[in-house]
Design a protein. Structure first.
Length: 318
């Protein structure tokens, strides 16, 4: 080994030792902080019981993860809409699917943000008969220069007939997934995104929004053909506790979309938090919206890093 090589190896070993010492010091500091915090929390529990520390801890965790109330006015959904509209393909119509349109609030929001209403086409899917009647009446008022196409069907993995559990007309929790006891069950026609696009002659979707109250993974599965062809720019879906009743996980969506080169991120009020990979800590069943898009779209969104969990950072060792 020559002198230069020997010095290089010695320098590398010194760097490794210093790096190890810094990590050890950091770990020791973290251990002391955890110990002090644990003593403080246990003292608080002796005074207030377990409920207050639990609620405080949950509040801190939700704030750190940006798991905040799912209010469409401030949860980041408007950001997704405006970004898709801003980068719509020029001289071509912008096709948007609103799956789980309910009474049309989401559709109204995207119409309000569109500069080129003449080039915007919204397909609004709502299977509940009473809710669909409300959607029809609102669509007439909202339409204007844009083309709003109400569709009285539920989207799923394949066409057919399904049982819609109806909590009420206009209720945002009517679903093909039975999460709550309902007095009314309505038989509705099912379609899939692939089937509907084939029949309707839709060859490209700028934004596919899904709010199917636990049935979202099945809707995504029914769009496999369009996704394989990269004919969907941005896919938005809602994740919540109703996924439990359909036996679904975020992991299922990662497994479906990652092989197709779609990146997945959580929509927050600040920006989109994209993930390099699935991690079990994502499975909170806390209500929120996620998007999936191809790599060119990632930089079009405002983004944040999931620094609350180092396992989710790019290049971090598992």
């Amino acid at each position: 080994m020559n002198t230069v090589t020997r010095h290089w190896h010695e320098g590398r070993q010194t760097f490794r030792r210093e790096k190890l010492q810094v990590r050890s010091l950091s770990s020791a500091t973290q251990a002391r902080v955890r110990s002090t915090a644990r003593i403080a929390i246990r003292s608080l529990m002796r005074l207030s019981g377990r409920s207050l520390p639990y609620r405080l801890g949950r509040l801190l965790m939700n704030e750190a993860r940006f798991d905040l109330p799912n209010d469409p006015a401030c949860n980041g959904e408007r950001l997704v809409q405006s970004t898709v509209l801003r980068y719509a393909r020029p001289d071509d119509k912008t096709v948007v699917f609103d799956v789980g349109a309910n009474v049309g609030d989401w559709t109204r929001a995207i119409l309000e943000q569109a500069n080129d209403l003449a080039g915007l086409q919204v397909h609004a899917f709502e299977p509940c008969s009473g809710t669909y009647d409300i959607l029809i009446n609102r669509a007439r008022v909202l339409q204007g220069a844009a083309k709003v196409i109400p569709v009285r069907k539920a989207c799923s993995s394949s066409p057919g007939v399904g049982a819609l559990h109806v909590l009420g007309v206009g209720a945002g929790t009517n679903s093909l997934t039975c999460a709550e006891k309902t007095a009314d069950v309505e038989q509705v026609e099912l379609t899939s995104i692939d089937e509907y696009c084939h029949v309707s002659g839709v060859d490209h979707i700028s934004l596919l929004k899904i709010d199917a109250e636990g049935h979202d993974p099945s809707v995504i599965k029914g769009a496999t053909g369009m996704l394989q062809r990269h004919a969907i720019d941005v896919l938005q879906f809602e994740y919540n506790q109703r996924w439990i009743f359909s036996g679904s996980f975020l992991r299922d969506v990662f497994n479906m979309l990652a092989p197709l080169r779609y990146s997945i991120g959580k929509v927050t009020s600040h920006a989109v938090e994209f993930y390099e990979t699935w991690d079990w800590e994502l499975e909170t069943f806390r209500e929120g919206n996620y998007i999936a898009c191809l790599s060119p779209w990632i930089n079009r969104f405002s983004t944040i890093v999931p620094s609350w969990n180092p396992r989710l950072l790019a290049g971090d060792p598992k």
